[in-house]
Ligand binder design. Structure first.
Ligand code: NAD
Ligand code: TDX
Length: 332
């Protein structure tokens, strides 16, 4: 594999994967990214230009996608609208990018016979009770709750159908909640860190008892590279790092880091249809492909992430005011 096309490679996780490729492989990378509000060219700026090329374009543009797919040995598909709250305010771009975009890519790789890895989310499985002893596995039935997770579930189904009906050479991964540098301030962890740096308070939806299964974005990237190289065609792999925490615990860890009292946060309006708990059993990926997360300790990864946001205020500050204004308009 010499040339890799990475859709959504200017976003939070896609850009992390591009960094992983530059640091750990010899492949040449083309990023196809529409540069929506969620993208950041700065996340790619320090990478060597002879290794990484950015093509600004839309994954629903069939002619562009067909041309780019034809010029590459494999495609890793990250491009998506990714924020649940936005999907509740306006589902339309989620249907376009996540469903029509994945369809467009599938048609191109079908015609060219190109290897595809489709990046998806654990949210396609719906949610678990807090005391459920089972975690999500590759055989958990799909049961998405939000327009975002339904659009991702639909995209997974399209990939499976194109594998079965047309013999497309694809794998799928469903990963839990990512954290790390370059994550947009609309997301939970960066929002709370930057609220505190800005002199405000963290904002917890509802009681804060919802559980997310946190994984560092670096570990997601190493898992995707492992699956791309060693995964069995047509298979799905769940990616997770045993990082279950409820939102209240995470807010209190961030408050403690800044030396602030444990109750120095606001409860705000809960998210409509808010999933209670996600939890990943990643045994298949670990046992079959030998992958292991490097950031076993969430506290250490979180501390490094907080330090990164403290040092990169010039990156996130321009987005902060507008993001908080739209949250405030929804009572969040
Ligand atoms: P993000 O919102 O930070 O980045 C998405 C990127 O896709 C942006 O650069 C954006 O410009 C680009 N994009 C959006 N629409 C596009 C279009 N029509 N054409 C081309 N590019 C387009 O998202 P993220 O958090 O980095 O998530 C990346 C992928 O990983 C998504 O598919 C998401 O579903 C999946 N995922 C995310 C998480 C998480 O915790 N963030 C967990 C599991 C899976
Ligand atoms: O201000 C907040 N307060 C709060 O309590 C925000 C923004 C969120 N929350 C809660 C909602 C969730 O329980 O924190 C949790 C995490 O919220 P998000 O960062 O919005 O993530 P989530 O909805 O869990 O989805 C994320 O993980 C799965 C990514 O955004 C998705 O792209 C990925 O598929």
């Amino acid at each position: 594999m010499d040339r890799l096309l990475v859709t959504g490679g200017a976003g939070f996780i896609g850009s992390n994967f591009v960094h992983h490729l530059v640091e750990h492989t010899d492949v040449a990378v083309t990023v196809l990214d529409k540069l929506t509000y969620a993208a950041s060219e700065a996340s790619l700026a320090e990478l060597p230009r002879d290794r990484v090329e950015l093509v600004v374009g839309d994954v629903v543009d069939a002619d562009l996608v067909e041309r780019l797919v034809g010029e590459h040995d494999a495609v890793v598909h990250y491009a998506a609208e990714s924020h649940n709250d936005n999907s509740l305010a306006d589902p339309s771009p989620f249907i376009q990018t996540n469903l029509v975009g994945t369809f467009t890519l599938l048609e191109a790789v079908r015609r060219a016979g190109t290897r595809l890895h489709h990046v998806s989310t654990d949210e396609v499985y719906g949610d678990l009770e807090l005391d459920d002893p089972e975690r999500f596995t590759e055989s958990t039935p799909y049961n998405p709750s939000s327009p975002y997770s339904a659009s991702k579930a639909g995209s997974d189904h399209l990939v499976r159908a194109w594998v079965r009906s047309f013999g497309v050479q694809a794998t799928i991964s469903n990963c839990s909640n990512n954290y790390g540098p370059w994550q947009h301030v609309e997301k939970f962890i960066p929002r709370q860190i930057t609220n505190i740096i800005d002199g405000g308070r963290p904002k917890l939806y509802g009681a804060g008892l919802n559980v997310r299964d946190w994984i560092h974005a670096d570990d997601h990237s190493s898992a995707v590279w492992t699956i791309l190289n060693h995964g069995r065609i047509g298979e799905t792999y769940l990616i997770g790092a045993d990082g279950e925490r409820n939102n209240l615990e995470v807010v209190q860890m961030i408050l403690t880091h800044f030396g602030r009292p444990a109750d120095d946060f606001d409860h705000v309006t809960d998210r409509a249809g808010h999933d209670l708990r996600y939890a990943i059993d990643s045994s298949k990926l670990r046992d079959e492909l030998g992958w292991h997360p490097r950031f076993g300790d969430f506290a250490t990864g979180l501390a490094r992430t907080i330090e990164w946001y403290e040092k990169h205020a010039e990156w996130w500050q321009p987005h902060k005011r507008a993001t908080e204004a739209s949250y405030a308009a929804r009572g969040q």
